[in-house]
Design a protein around this ligand. Structure first.
Ligand code: R5P
Length: 342
């Protein structure tokens, strides 16, 4: 079968959640980002009617094309979700061939099971809404829980950021690597930290998995504050890299850092995939003993985050562009998705 050309059959669209990432991905793929805003002026992301409802008009033909819609479900999450649903509806009705929702950060993923009575499983509902709108596949990164893949009946490709972040540390911060222990800030993230410990280990001369510790934290049911129960493993005199999927209020990282310092850790860094940075988080991190925090650009960062002294942003654009290229050309994703087994 002839290899499918990129620019004639492929369309890249974006909601308003992360236009810089979408523009970069389109540039890497050598295609123009499609405009989706109705009205004389047009624009990349959807517009709004005077009453606030989302207004969309795809400004280029998509009939028979493979369309990739880039939209992380970052705050304001409900607005971004509805934009995505309405974009997908417009695309389906415009007869495109495939609609891949590229959701670098899947919001609502922390509500993936009933933890108490009379609560929803919102992650499942979001998956159902996307499929009902017409999504035929999903491309995402570092789901809060891998099992969420099973909430979708359409194919889902799940990228991991550990290789990207490990390579960044290896090239930009080789000094972190000597005497480094990887830490999970909670029990649920142990597999994630272990993956990073393996990745970083592969980049060291001995090719040996780095040691790991776990800070056992728990969120207090009433005031939602993070409480540390214990640190499992030794950190005295060592550098520590905290690994997490989401950085929201920053309290998980700040609390774990305080605990690791009291347990004797020398220097503490963090690597998180999705930097949500809710109000107050930058101040909390600035006041903590964390020396540096790596986050990716799965979520668009406001200037205040970009300029914050301890924050360093690692781009996922090339990774996503490569994944989109392979999906579109029906090429194998195995080595891209390959991750060290845990
Ligand atoms: C929790 O299960 C997640 O993996 C993160 O640890 C959490 O979402 C971080 O939130 P925050 O920054 O608000 O402590």
């Amino acid at each position: 079968m002839a290899r499918r050309t990129l620019n004639t059959d492929l369309r890249i669209l974006s909601g308003n959640a992360n236009l810089p990432l979408a523009l970069r991905i389109a540039e890497l793929l050598g295609v123009e980002l499609c405009q989706a805003s109705a009205g004389a002026k047009g624009g990349y992301g959807p517009g709004r009617f005077p009453d606030g409802e989302v207004s969309v008009q795809i400004r280029q033909t998509v009939r028979g094309k493979d369309v990739f819609v880039i939209q992380p479900l970052s705050p304001p999450v409900n607005d971004h979700l509805v934009e995505l649903l309405i974009l997908v509806d417009a695309l389906r009705r415009a007869s495109c061939r495939e609609i891949c929702a590229v959701i670098p950060y899947l919001g609502y993923a922390r509500q993936d099971r009933k933890t108490t009575g009379r609560v929803p499983i919102s992650a499942r509902l979001v998956a159902d809404l996307l499929e009902t709108a017409g999504v035929s596949r999903v491309l995402t990164m570092d789901l809060h829980a891998g099992q969420i893949q099973g909430f979708f009946t359409v194919p889902l490709d799940h990228l991991r950021s550990d290789r990207l972040l490990a390579r960044h540390i290896h090239t930009e911060h080789p000094d972190w690597l000597g005497n480094l222990t990887v830490a999970s800030p909670d029990l649920g993230g142990v597999w994630r930290a272990r993956r990073m410990a393996k990745r970083l280990g592969e980049l060291t001369p001995k090719k040996k998995e780095l040691p790991m510790v776990v800070v056992v934290t728990q969120r207090d049911e009433r005031d939602k504050k993070i409480v540390v129960k214990e640190v499992i493993g030794k950190v005295r005199g060592r550098k520590v890299l905290l690994v997490d999927d989401i950085l929201s209020s920053g309290s998980t990282l700040a609390t774990a850092t305080t605990e690791l310092r009291s347990a004797g850790a020398k220097e503490i860094f963090a690597a998180c995939t999705h930097g949500v940075f809710t109000p107050g988080s930058l101040e909390l991190l600035a006041g903590s003993e964390l020396q540096a925090v790596l986050v990716t650009d799965t979520i668009a960062h406001r200037d205040e985050v970009r300029k914050a002294p301890k924050i360093e942003i690692v781009s996922v654009a090339e990774f996503f562009a490569d994944a989109i290229r392979r999906i579109h050309r029906h090429e194998s994703m195995t080595d891209l998705l390959a991750s060290t087994p845990t």
